[in-house]
Design a protein. Structure first.
Length: 202
């Protein structure tokens, strides 16, 4: 049913001392694209999109793979923006279908589909709107505030962690749920990193 909440997969990279890792290497980036290609929508916070000028797209080979399966070449691109501060993310608006921007503010973002939700903005409301557009699997890719909001509302079904063998000593701490039973589904080595696949144990 279109009204059901989509399954949420949260993908994060973290250092040994618990800080979010912005650059986990080429192998991890390729893996992120492979995961993104499976999703119906990719969900990111506005600060992360702007800070890294993200396009939230896919390499051509993965776009063609999706086309062969009768799917759009790129998942729906969704940004949560409390202040509509996503305009500076220029790559987000280059080509492809217009991104979806979820906010509680009045106003427009040229080149985007703006959905205004009731304040305070809740991730469950964002997911309901994505479900209306046919999303069954949503891949959330950060940042920390968006991930924490998903944890706080109990909306994370899968957690995929890339563990980078480095000590950063500073940065943004990895968000954690207050309590959440998890089970390890599998682990793999990607370059110098380890990837851990976890699933909520209901």
């Amino acid at each position: 049913m279109a009204s059901r909440r989509p399954r949420v997969r949260l993908v994060l990279a973290v250092s040994l001392d618990g800080y979010l890792a912005d650059d986990a290497g080429r192998e991890d980036k390729r893996g992120l694209f492979e995961l993104r290609a499976e999703a119906d929508a990719v969900l990111v916070g506005a600060r992360t999109v702007v800070a890294h000028d993200l396009a939230l797209s896919l390499p051509r080979a993965l776009q063609e793979r999706r086309r062969r399966k009768g799917r759009p070449p790129v998942p729906m691109r969704a940004v949560v923006s409390g202040r509509l501060g996503v305009r500076a993310a220029k790559r987000l608006f280059r080509g492809g279908d217009p991104p979806w921007v979820f906010t509680t503010r009045r106003g427009d973002v040229p080149g985007a589909r703006v959905v205004r939700l009731r304040a305070p903005l809740r991730m469950s409301g964002v997911l309901r709107e994505l479900a209306k557009q046919g999303a069954r699997l949503v891949q959330a890719e950060g940042g920390a505030r968006l991930a924490q909001a998903l944890f706080d509302e109990g909306l994370v079904d899968e957690l995929i962690l890339t563990l980078c063998p480095e000590v950063l000593g500073k940065g943004i701490r990895m968000p954690f749920p207050r309590t959440m039973p998890l089970r390890v589904m599998r682990t793999e080595t990607i370059g110098r990193n380890a990837r851990i696949w976890l699933e909520r144990d209901r």
